[in-house]
Design a protein around this ligand. Structure first.
Ligand code: PLP
Length: 387
């Protein structure tokens, strides 16, 4: 037996574990402290009732012989896939075939699993900073990584890779910088992928935060993208499904990969939970939609409160518009982790150190609009005393 030694190249500390360790140590030393968690990447508002009701009904069906169901289709039920096509794509002028949409248990596992379709000799381009899954799963697969630095000078929009990339992970609206791409900026990437015969894995986990009518919601709104892009979407942040687990992946036939992915799923995935798919379906009903819109409006309000509040306190702030994350430059004399420690020790505020998302994240911290609104208000007061 030989181990996959690529695992030894993974960074030792998983960012969120390290934050927990430091926060717990502080809490143990100061049990009376009211810690304000402003780094939360998870949703915090409860599921809207119409969605919970749909799940109850689905469970009830499973409880009776005449409505019981066993395994569903590996690629998901047609009623959900067709609804996604009709509601998420057709209104944006994107036509997809039913067999190009695959229901998943969320974006996280898909982002790593999709890389099974490609040779480990492929070079991967990844934004720096970025959500850790792209880098970690590429390291596990033994791929060479080209980093695409995103910093204030390029507006957190990456330049094309210096070395040709076979696979490209893009995520917009971006975690952690909150940056978005215009149609023209996204077209640059689609054109690059067409010229270089690369594949873009487009992570649209935060699509629901887009407000600006000019911004593209799907990479397929760009001409030619169906030949070169796989799109990964999730109900996690759109509808509060981080515990429910449901999302979808689009693998267009024009990529030449649809059949491979179907084959892979039939072997390794036995389908998304029926209850989760019924819950996802309920997000499209008028009542379900109203519920998720109310939650999204709340988070968007928190994003605005945080970015405005931080800006008024003199911080250099990015993101927070069309995205739930606020990317804040740390004051002079600090780096990401020392500013994290400073906020924890002197204000009992927990943020997310930017350096944990990649070297270009150094010098920034991330605040999140998923944080409790009252905690954000209190945090801004505490920061005032610090300023
Ligand atoms: N992609 C990005 C950019 C994320 O930030 C996250 C979770 O925070 C995910 C994917 C994973 O989402 P899911 O809950 O659908 O697995």
């Amino acid at each position: 037996m030989e181990l996959n030694t690529h695992f030894q190249q993974l960074p030792n500390n998983y960012l969120f574990k390290e934050i927990e360790v430091r926060t717990k140590a502080y809490k143990t030393a100061h049990p009376e402290a009211k810690i304000l968690r402003l780094g939360v990447g998870d949703v915090t508002r409860p599921l809207p009732l119409p969605i919970v009701d749909a799940m109850h009904r689905a469970i009830e069906e499973l409880a009776h012989p005449e409505t019981f169901r066993g395994y569903g289709p590996e690629e998901g039920y047609a009623w959900l896939r067709q609804t996604i096509i009709d509601r998420d794509y057709k209104p944006r002028g994107v036509n997809l075939d039913l067999d190009e949409v695959f229901i998943s248990e969320g974006a996280g596992s898909e982002l790593g699993n999709l890389s099974e379709l490609f040779s480990s000799a492929n070079r991967v381009a990844i934004l720096d900073p970025s959500y850790p899954a792209y880098v970690d799963s590429s390291i596990m697969a033994g791929r060479e990584i080209v980093f695409l630095p995103c910093h204030a000078d390029n507006g957190f929009v990456p330049e094309l890779p210096a070395k040709p990339a076979d696979l490209i992970y893009l995520c917009f609206p971006n975690n952690p910088t909150g940056a978005v791409l215009t149609r023209e900026q996204l077209k640059v990437w689609v054109d690059y992928a067409r010229q270089n015969k690369s594949i873009i894995i487009f992570d649209g986990a935060y699509e629901a935060f887009i407000e600006d009518p000019e911004l593209p919601h799907s990479i397929y709104e760009i001409e030619g993208a169906k030949e070169v892009a796989i799109e990964v979407r999730s109900y996690s942040k759109t509808a509060g499904f981080t515990a429910v687990r449901c999302g979808w992946t689009v693998v267009p036939k024009a990529t030449g990969l649809q059949h491979m992915w179907f084959r892979r799923q039939c072997t390794k995935y036995n389908g998304t939970a029926y209850v989760a798919q019924r819950a996802a379906e309920a997000t499209y009903t008028p009542e379900g939609r109203a519920g998720i819109r109310a939650n999204l409006a709340h988070y968007k309000g928190t994003a605005q409160l945080l970015s405005q509040g931080l800006r008024e306190l003199g911080y250099e702030v990015y993101g927070g518009k069309n995205a739930p994350y606020i990317w804040c430059r740390v004051p002079k004399g600090y780096n990401s982790w020392s500013f994290f420690d400073h906020l924890l020790n002197d204000c009992q505020i927990v943020c997310t150190p930017g350096a944990g998302f990649g070297p270009a994240g150094e010098g920034y911290v991330r605040f999140s609009a998923f944080s409790n609104r009252k905690d954000c208000e209190e945090a801004l007061k505490r920061l005032q005393t610090l300023a």
